[in-house]
Design a binder for this molecule. Structure first.
Ligand SMILES: Nc1ncnc2c1ncn2[C@@H]1O[C@H](COP(=O)(O)OP(=O)(O)O)[C@@H](O)[C@H]1O
Ligand SMILES: [Mg+2]
Length: 131
C-alpha cells in the first residue's frame, strides 16, 4: 500500500485502519518524519493522554497506561542475547507495540508485523508506504 497523506488528520485515519489488524508496527523514517506523532495518535485511540508519549530515545522503552509499548532503537548500539530476550519478553507482554528505528527487526523474528515507511514530502504532507 502506497499513499500520500495530506494532513495529520489523514495520517490519524490511516492509523485507525492499521490498528485494527496489527499489533507490532515498525515505524521507519527520518528525524521529524512523524514516527512519534503517529504514536501519539495511536495512544489517543487507546484513550491514553498523548502528552505522555515521548520518544524513548534514552530509555529505549516507554509503556503508557500499561497498554501501549513504545520502543526506540535509535541509540541501542548492540543487540546481544540479553537485550533480545528483554525486548522479546516485553513485546510478548503488550497487545500494542510500536517500534521506532527498528534496527534489529529481522532478529526479533516476529510473526505479525507491518512496517510503515514515512517520508516528509511537503509541510504537512507525508508519503507513506505500508509493507
Ligand atoms: N501528516 C503528518 N504526519 C505526521 N507528523 C506531521 C504531519 N504533519 C506535520 N507533522 C509534524 O511533523 C513533526 C514530526 O515530528 P516527530 O513525530 O517527532 O518525528 P519523528 O519521531 O519521526 O522524529 C511534528 O511536529 C508533527 O506535528
Ligand atoms: Mg521520534
Amino acid at each position: 500500500m502506497k499513499k500520500v497523506i495530506h494532513s495529520p488528520a489523514e495520517m490519524h485515519q490511516l492509523w485507525i485502519e492499521l490498528s485494527k489488524s496489527e499489533s507490532v508496527l515498525f515505524l521507519v523514517g527520518n528525524l521529524w518524519s512523524g514516527k512519534t506523532t503517529f504514536t501519539k495518535w495511536f495512544a489517543e485511540w487507546l484513550w491514553i493522554d498523548p502528552k505522555k508519549v515521548q520518544s524513548p530515545t534514552y530509555t529505549y522503552v516507554n509503556v503508557y497506561d500499561d497498554k501501549l509499548l513504545h520502543i526506540d532503537m535509535y541509540r541501542l548500539e548492540t543487540f546481544e542475547d540479553l537485550i533480545e530476550k528483554w525486548i522479546m519478553d516485553l513485546i510478548n507482554e503488550y497487545e500494542y507495540v510500536l517500534i521506532e528505528w527498528p534496527k534489529w527487526a529481522e532478529k526479533l523474528n516476529l510473526e505479525w508485523t507491518k512496517t510503515l515507511y514515512i517520508k516528509k514530502s511537503w509541510d504537512k504532507e507525508r508519503d507513506v508506504e505500508l509493507i
